[in-house]
Write a protein that binds this ligand. Sequence first.
Ligand code: GRF
Length: 197
Amino acid sequence: MSKPVRVAILFSGRGSNMETLAQHLAKPDVPGQFVLGVSNRPEAGGVGFCTRANIPCAVIDHKAYDTREDFEADMQKALASARIDLICAAGFMRLLTPEFVTHWHNRIINIHPSLLPAYKGLNTHKRALDDGAKQHGCSVHYMRAEMDDGPVIVQKHVPVHADDTPDTLATRVLAQEHVAYPEALDIVLEKLASQQP
Ligand code: GRF
């Protein structure tokens, strides 16, 4: 049997997608292992989850660095020393340089709360409501140098209700994110596992 894919999860906040992926990766038939959390914010709720779950977490505070390159150099060190094969960005709110993303080409995936290519960037739920969109949702995609760009792996549609607020819509989209990310992870893991020595 091939070795499990070593997965790092990058996050900046509450970490509900990370938690969902952690639960998925803990299943014996999933060919991946969650070996490292990485947060750029020491106060992120997800840090506490890693501690409670006994998963090493590298807290790499971007504010402590003068340049993006120096910050990413320390991220690369942490990822290399944990022998990471695949990165899942899950609410990681720092732009990554093209060099970083290219280094991890097809081995870094991201979740975004919209039906890409619609609504790249922030405040996706409010923008969808302002436009009168009837359908909204989420996408898991391979990361490319351009923000919120790259081949889509899984999308989930969420109907917009007439009385939705950005918060009610966000809650329903988040529930679908928690379905989409494990599905997408399975697809990527299967590809990577077949390439493992
Ligand atoms: C999610 O909506 C994700 O799509 C977006 O940021 C949010 C993170 O939520 N990029 P959580 O930290 O995973 O709970």
